[in-house]
Write a protein that binds this ligand. Structure first.
Ligand SMILES: Cc1cc2nc3c(=O)[nH]c(=O)nc-3n(C[C@H](O)[C@H](O)[C@H](O)COP(=O)(O)O)c2cc1C
Length: 133
């Protein structure tokens, strides 16, 4: 599952709190994934058992630390891109879109395939050791 949303009150301590919550619950639930984020966007991939991912998405949807959550991709897969990560944090180095493009709603016109490719590229970088563990 991949969704996008808009941070509400984005800062370092808020983000640390989110990642702490995410990792604690994801370890319990067998969920892995990545959270690409910066001041104007969260783009998150969650992978794991469908029921657990659906439960997490429902909880995340009720969270007031972000708004305007949109599911961009939901599909079954036999493999994981972020199998070693309870929730990898990428400070949006991977996102190729500018602030203006995001503000203008580029995600509304980007295909699920392209969105997935962003995470595939991130996963490759991580495997190549380009991001800190
Ligand atoms: C951007 C963002 C990403 C989050 N990612 C996850 C996640 O991957 N897994 C998760 O369980 N909770 C995640 N959370 C936290 C949930 O919204 C929620 O606080 C947490 O699951 C605890 O839910 P509960 O208080 O209803 O038990 C995220 C929240 C935000 C704002």
């Amino acid at each position: 599952m991949i969704y996008s949303s808009q941070p509400f009150g984005y800062d370092v301590s808020l983000l640390s709190g989110i990642l702490l919550d995410a990792r604690k619950h994801n370890i319990r639930d067998g969920i892995t994934g990545a959270l690409i984020c910066r001041h104007d966007i969260y783009l998150q991939m969650l992978e794991g058992p469908a029921d657990k991912v659906n439960d997490a998405i429902a909880r995340i949807g009720r969270d007031d630390r972000h708004v305007d959550m949109k599911i961009l991709l939901s599909e079954q897969s036999d493999s994981r891109l972020f199998g070693d990560w309870a929730m990898l944090h990428d400070p949006a180095k991977t996102v190729i879109w500018s602030d203006t493009e995001i503000a203008d709603g580029i995600l509304d016109t980007t295909s699920p395939k392209e969105i997935k490719a962003v995470f595939a590229a991130l996963s490759e970088k991580v495997k190549d050791g380009e991001l800190p563990a």
